[in-house]
Design a protein around this ligand. Sequence first.
Ligand SMILES: Cc1cc2nc3c(=O)[nH]c(=O)nc-3n(C[C@H](O)[C@H](O)[C@H](O)COP(=O)(O)O)c2cc1C
Length: 388
Amino acid sequence: MSSPADFQNEIYLNGLGDVLPGLPTDLTRLERLARKRLSPGAHGYVAGSAGGGATARANRAAFDRWRIVPRMLRDVAVRDVAVEVLGASLPAPVLLGPVGVLSIVHPGGEPAVARAASALSVPMVLSSAASHTIEEVAEASGDGPRWFQLYWPKDPEIAASFLGRAKAAGYTALVVTLDTSILGWRPRDLDQAFLPFLRGIGVANYFSDPAFLKGIGGSLDADRAAAIMHWAANFGNPALTWDDLGFLREHWDGPIVLKGIQHADDARQAADAGMDGVIVSNHGGRQVDGAVASLDVLPDVVAAVGEQITVLFDSGIRSGSDMVKALALGARAVLIARPYVYGLGLAGEAGVQHVLRCLMAEFELTLALSGVVRPGDLTPDILRRADA
Ligand SMILES: Cc1cc2nc3c(=O)[nH]c(=O)nc-3n(C[C@H](O)[C@H](O)[C@H](O)COP(=O)(O)O)c2cc1C
């Protein structure tokens, strides 16, 4: 039976025919390559973070402070890295996290990502802020697993309409992002005065939505600038509180996951409110500068709610070894974001597949070399603090 780690042999065997991987297999190298090839606006938008970038750096530094302690002679010949997450079967504990406006890095945009994800049976979480519609991406995804991410708009009719469309288009789980009710201070974008949405990119779901269009007189034709202003007025809703979560349940009957959780008490509130999961995430450091590293709060959240609801993780995953660390600290699965966006920008659909295959192969190999054969068997015991 094939397993993700077979990608390693495939690469070496291809080498016998002088065929080399089209992109680096160390995914940390993708950003620098992308800087050369993407437009400055697109590169700044993807690579940039809030403020001086302290949170993004902290996310990476937190991984470096944990070290894996390899174990020997434990019969790791047969591995099974597949996991179940909220009703979805994953070939390895990774999903493609929600990333908006993907057409700024590649014309294939979200449909290209959906095809890559579907080919590998990896769930894609489609952003509300996508440059293609919910329905277009569903079509590209075909039989592939797909989740929908909601940026909860001010107008409840738009929110309800998005959820209805996602359900109808076969998205099985809902991810609600809580950390971006207001856009963070992002100097890379500010210095270039580049916000794709104001240029009409990343608004496809809004501009195709009956409830949104109702708010601007029924169609886009009249005044595009007014439509963009209507988007800006609706995009985020900083007035939301925990009491509002009932709305989601009324309009979504599948699993609901809250994204952006960084405190055990918030995770407890999510569980108390009947949510099915949380994503421990600080949006890759794009929202609050000088914030705590996402990995550093993961153990607290797992201790608080790990027995009750599904705990997922993102912010800083760059390798299979990072995945091992996040899972050892209690995450059920991780979401990857920037690396696959660079993969898309550099090589389209094939670039996204490359990133996923590298990540899953390295995960399986690192797991086995740590003496473990199943993701669910990872525990904090395989880790040690670098400074301890
Ligand atoms: C260019 C870009 C766009 C993003 N758009 C969204 C989005 O639309 N919705 C969302 O929930 N998160 C969004 N995120 C955050 C990611 O889902 C994820 O939390 C973050 O990128 C993780 O950090 P990392 O990529 O550094 O690992 C975006 C991230 C980037 C880099």
